[in-house]
Design a protein around this ligand. Sequence first.
Ligand SMILES: Cc1cc2nc3c(=O)[nH]c(=O)nc-3n(C[C@H](O)[C@H](O)[C@H](O)COP(=O)(O)OP(=O)(O)OC[C@H]3O[C@@H](n4cnc5c(N)ncnc54)[C@H](O)[C@@H]3O)c2cc1C
Length: 320
Amino acid sequence: MNLNVLIVAEQKNGKLANVSYELIAAAKKSGGTIMTVCLAESAEGMAAELAARGGGKVLAISNPALKFYSDDIYAKVISAVIKKYQPQLVLGPATFYGKALFARLAALNTGAMASDITDLKSEEGKIVITRPSYGGNVLVDLTNAENRIFFATIRPKVYEESKDGPGEVIKESIEPSLFTGKGMVKEMIAESGQSISLTEADTIVTAGRGVRGPENLPLVKELADSLGAAFGASRAIVDAGWIAYSHQIGQTGKTVNPKLYIAVGISGAIQHLVGMQSSKTIVAINRDKDAPIFNIASFGIVGDLFEIVPALTAKFQSVK
Ligand SMILES: Cc1cc2nc3c(=O)[nH]c(=O)nc-3n(C[C@H](O)[C@H](O)[C@H](O)COP(=O)(O)OP(=O)(O)OC[C@H]3O[C@@H](n4cnc5c(N)ncnc54)[C@H](O)[C@@H]3O)c2cc1C
């Protein structure tokens, strides 16, 4: 069976998210024929970038209604593409938007759905997908028993970005009525203080209740800035109202997979660990040598964060 794979690229403000190139790398691993769809107010330029990186046939769909992400309109337009090209596997990113979009796409197309996957392959004509379960303690292999279309979102930073490969841009025309939805996003306002996306970041510095109060968060933020890192938080300090929910990492927050994760004043509760334990290198700063975070840390610093964090920041700033 020739496997047809459709990738749904992610873009924000007319700029492709790097995870789109990771999706191409994952699709290449499936051994199937790759096709990519890029939706935007003006998609041609980004479609050309995807084609140059091995995105296969890249369908550029441009319309003013696609300027901002909308569950409703994006799902209708992509469903029309699925109907026309009949892929067996549809891949997207396990990001804030990807997770919402793919649940909707799977329902609209009566497909099978696997979210936040970390591997995929094709075995004897069947797609086999791997996803962490039970808080990352078990890796489950899933296959599609009923031959429905398989929808899967891929955890960012698991695959290296695809650098090259065959590709061509196709301007795809879509039935105009699909560009209207029940709601319309008129404006997106970026939250101040977080310029780097947590799910895309190579380095993350995260603050927990050990920082004692919101007045001390700038201390940890400075460390993040000295490394060009994104700034994360435990749920304890989100619930306390010290920082916005968009920074939360863990079971009920974001799942991240950076190269370097620095946990400052975080105990390491299981609900936090499930969101970050696949980070490549974990550095924990905690004054309690028995804190559970040290069980998964690559490097542990036992001591007072109010002494250690400024010293680290000064060191990183001096070598910039
Ligand atoms: C259903 C459910 C979902 C949840 N989802 C999440 C989630 O998504 N994300 C999440 O993070 N949590 C989540 N939680 C909460 C989780 O159980 C913990 O309560 C939370 O992670 C604790 O946050 P913390 O580590 O910042 O605080 P604490 O557990 O209070 O730890 C603070 C740490 O700081 C250290 N410390 C204190 N002072 C200093 C100092 N001066 N220097 C160095 N270290 C110091 C202490 O030794 C301690 O280890 C969830 C809980 C439930 C029940």
